[in-house]
Every structure is written in C-alpha cells, then in structure tokens.
Design a protein around this ligand. Structure first.
Ligand code: NDP
Length: 265
C-alpha cells in the first residue's frame, strides 16, 4: 500500500507578512506538519508569535526581515534564504498585504491608493521575482499569491448583471476600490507569470483565503453595515493547505478560494 506522506516531507516554504494574521497561521500549521519554514516580516524579532515559534521549533523556522515596500530588503532576504537553503525553496506564500481604510470607493484617498498598490501589487511581484531562482531549484515549484475575491472583476460584473436594481448600498461592491484594484492587478500577475513560467515547471495561482477574522478582516466590522467575518484563521489556513496539496502544473494560472472552488478573474 502506498501511503501519501507528501505533507510530511521536509519541504521548504517561504511566507511573507508572517508577523500576524494569516501569514502567522500559515507558519504555525506548516511547522506542525513538519516542514521547514522561512517566515519573513518587516521586523520579525518584534513579532511575538514568531519569536515564540522560533523558541519552540529551533532550526525548522528561520526568521528573515523583509519589507515589501523596500526592494533592498527583498534582495537581502533572497540572499539570506539562498544561503540557508542552497537546495532551493519549494513553495512561496506571497501573503503580505494591506487593505487601507475601508471607505466608499468614490472616497478613496490618493496616497493610500498608491501605498496599497505598491504593497499588494508591486511588492508581491518583487518578492516573487526575487524568490524565483530559489523556486526554480526547489522540488515543488509552487507560488501562491494571496489575493481576494474583492479583486474579482468577474464576480462583480456578474452581480451587476444579475441585480440590475441594486445600487451602491451593496456594501461589498461599493467600497475599497484601491484594494480591489491591487488584487485584480495581482491576479493579472498570477496569470502572466503562470504562462511565462510553465516551461520551467512552476505553478502559480491566486488564492482567496475567505473572509477571515484577522486585524485586516475585522477592520471594517461595524462600519458601512459590515458584519463580523465568518471564518477564523486556523480554519482558513487548513483549507488553503488542502488546496495547495492538490496543486498540479495543469492548474497553474487558476484563481482558487480556500474551499478549492475556482473564482472568476
Ligand atoms: P493582517 O492585517 O492581519 O496581516 C497583514 C500582514 O501583512 C502582517 O504580517 C503585516 O506585517 C504584513 N505587511 C503589511 N505591509 C507589509 C510590508 N510593507 N512588508 C511586509 N509585510 C507587510 O491581514 P491578513 O492576515 O488578514 O491578510 C493576509 C493576506 O490575506 C493579505 O494579502 C490580504 O489582502 C489577504 N486577504 C485577507 C482576507 C481576510 O478576510 N482577512 C480576505 C482576503 C484576502 P506588519 O505586522 O509589519 O504590519
């Protein structure tokens, strides 16, 4: 009998934005599975969740400073990961992100829009690009861009078509244009990189974690009629990991949600 023990192989995973929220929960569950994890964060030594995990898991967890808004730290992080893991990296969880203030789209602040794009889109691209030589050397060769269904133009277009009477009181369609645009552009990066990297055997997907109770997920609760998120981080991440376990190169370029359903771009 063949036992599928793929999860327990000591794969090397890199997680960006690992100081808290979904990134931290990825690190927790990957370490529990027996993987080796590189947790990157703006200031990992000040992230209490990470330092406690480092004390518990020792060499299995490497903490590396990386600010996605600062290209020099991205390059330095790639160099130090390459030194720690010359055999390469198996999976990149490109997770760091910001939502900005959740306000009506017509009231989106210009400076905040710029920061959201620089973080969620350009920052994610630069992390992906810097980690590429390491991913090419790894065995799994997978890149997971953490996106959001709020960046799905297809979902919103479908809603408008099916609900012609609805106006901008539909909370989830009427807010956060900067965030939506940043994730739609991240999705474009997923597809472009999936096409470009298929010949290298690299799988690139977008993943929506669901609506999860983290600092970001709970930001707007109580404003604009927004309720509390239905999901907790441990559930979202265990579901996301099942989707990643089932990835193959043929699925490259797909936008999944945490339940494994395909989200339209
Ligand atoms: P949190 O706000 O809880 O955590 C965000 C993480 O991103 C933190 O670790 C933060 O680090 C990091 N980060 C922000 N800016 C930078 C930067 N410039 N450089 C490095 N790290 C940075 O959010 P979530 O955990 O909820 O979100 C994680 C991802 O999931 C994001 O990409 C988000 O868009 C996406 N997502 C979340 C949903 C939800 O409902 N929660 C729904 C859909 C998508 P620091 O501690 O230094 O600020």
């Amino acid at each position: 009998m063949t036992i599928n023990n793929e999860h327990n192989k000591q794969l090397v995973w890199v997680v960006s934005g690992a100081s808290r929220g979904l990134g931290l929960e990825y690190v927790v569950q990957l370490l529990q599975r027996g993987h080796r994890v590189v947790a990157t964060a703006r200031n990992p030594q000040k992230a209490q969740g990470l330092t406690s995990l480092a004390a518990k898991y020792g060499d299995a967890l490497t903490l590396v400073p990386l600010d996605v808004l600062d290209p020099a730290t991205i390059k330095a992080a790639a160099a130090s990961i390459s030194k720690a893991y010359p055999e390469g990296v198996d999976v990149l969880i490109n997770n760091a992100g910001v939502s900005g203030t959740i306000a009506r789209s017509s009231e989106q602040d210009e400076d905040e829009f710029r920061t959201i794009l620089r973080t969620n889109t350009l920052g994610a691209f630069l992390v992906l690009k810097a980690m590429l030589p390491l991913i090419k050397k790894g065995t799994k060769k997978q890149i997971v861009n953490i996106s959001s269904t709020l960046g799905s133009i297809g979902e919103e277009a479908k809603f408008l078509k099916e609900n012609p009477e609805e106006n901008n009181t539909r909370v989830m369609a009427s807010n956060a244009v900067g965030y939506r645009a940043s994730k739609a552009a991240l999705n474009a990066i997923t597809v472009a990189m999936a096409v470009d990297l298929k010949k290298d055997g690299i799988t690139v997907i977008s993943m929506c974690p669901g609506w999860v109770a983290t600092d970001m997920g709970s930001t707007a609760t109580g404003t604009l009629g927004i309720e509390a998120p239905p999901l907790e981080a441990p559930e979202s991440i265990s579901c996301q990991l099942k989707v990643i376990d089932g990835l193959t190169l043929e699925k490259s370029g797909t936008f999944f949600n945490h339940e494994g359903a395909v989200v339209p771009y």
